[in-house]
Ligand binder design. Structure first.
Ligand SMILES: Cc1cc2nc3c(=O)[nH]c(=O)nc-3n(C[C@H](O)[C@H](O)[C@H](O)COP(=O)(O)OP(=O)(O)OC[C@H]3O[C@@H](n4cnc5c(N)ncnc54)[C@H](O)[C@@H]3O)c2cc1C
Ligand code: FES
Length: 268
């Protein structure tokens, strides 16, 4: 069987992470050999098929996705019970590559879980990353305990100051770069956060890899629905480095395609 072919997997465990966020654990050989940053397509029969980053990769044969309920498909996924089945294909996309000896990972909202397998891989490779864990408020922080368990340097940042640094994760990053002399930045989260982080990094000449989102349908580079600048997020991304990010700066944070291919503004 090829990774592009649908498999049906049984949900082994469900963990509630926040009010509307759930992690679904399952076993799948292809996901077990994925790279951090890759995503899968999750099929909910009769509803939709949607992209989800892997939030665990092969912890004793188990992988996971972490889903925020924002619409019909994600709501149904969040209501999935242990023993029920979901369809998966993939993993797709390129994933992160390890660069630098003093990396900082910056995750915001549901972008945080996608960085967890990357942090784990860095530790296995002998690299000790700093991690800025950002959210609107303390209740919405994801993976805090899991990250605290494995990392020496976890910095919490909340927009409202209910825990840790008060302000945006990108502002917190500005201070950390000076303090730690970071030499690479990895980020996943809200698009405006990624734009701010990239601008901060460019000012200081630090290499960035960012995971981007666009409307993914086929996931194999055929339909063009995930286009950004000259790239397709599903095939050329979802991880883009500084060179590619420079090429999409007239779209990133400004406009994207909706399901019918019409250009619409990106949420501010
Ligand atoms: C590479 C990638 C990785 C992602 N990883 C995660 C993750 O780990 N956890 C998570 O909670 N969410 C993730 N998302 C976003 C997730 O795919 C959408 O929230 C989901 O598709 C919404 O579907 P819905 O039916 O619940 O909502 P809808 O009501 O259909 O849509 C709500 C919003 O979600 C977005 N969306 C809907 N369908 C798609 C689609 N096929 N592709 C991209 N965006 C879509 C649109 O912006 C839309 O406005 C990822 C998206 C991409 C592109
Ligand atoms: S989703 Fe079809 S080309 Fe990317």
């Amino acid at each position: 069987m090829r990774r592009e072919v649908h498999r049906v997997v049984k949900v082994e465990e469900v963990k509630q992470e926040a009010k509307d966020v759930f992690t679904l654990y399952f076993k799948d050989n292809f996901c077990s050999s994925a790279s951090p940053g890759q995503f899968i397509m999750v099929w909910i029969p009769g509803v939709d098929e949607i992209p989800m980053s892997l939030s665990t990769i092969n912890q004793k044969g188990v992988s996971s996705i972490t889903v925020r309920s924002v619409g019909e498909a994600t709501r149904i996924l969040c209501e999935t019970k242990v023993g029920e089945k979901i369809g998966v294909r993939g993993p797709f996309g390129n994933g992160f590559t390890l660069k630098g000896s003093k990396p900082v990972l910056v995750g915001g909202g549901t972008g945080v879980p996608a960085l967890y397998p990357l942090a784990s891989k860095m530790l296995i490779s002998g690299i000790k990353p700093s991690f800025i864990l950002g959210a609107r408020n303390a209740e919405q922080l994801l993976f805090k305990d899991r990250l605290q368990e494995i990392l020496d340097d976890l910095i919490i940042s909340t927009d409202d100051g209910s825990l840790g640094f008060k302000g945006y994760a990108s502002e917190c990053l500005g201070r950390l770069i000076l303090e730690k002399k970071c030499d690479s930045i990895y980020t996943c989260g809200p698009e405006q956060m990624i734009v701010s982080i990239f601008k901060e990094a460019e000012r200081r000449n630090i290499f960035v890899q960012a995971s981007l989102e666009r409307y993914v349908k086929c996931a194999v580079g055929l339909c063009g629905s995930c286009g950004i600048g000259p790239f397709r997020v599903c095939k050329d991304g979802p991880v883009f480095d500084s060179i590619s990010l420079r090429a999409v700066m007239n779209e990133l944070g400004f406009k994207k395609m909706d399901p019918s291919g019409r250009l619409i503004p990106v949420e501010k």
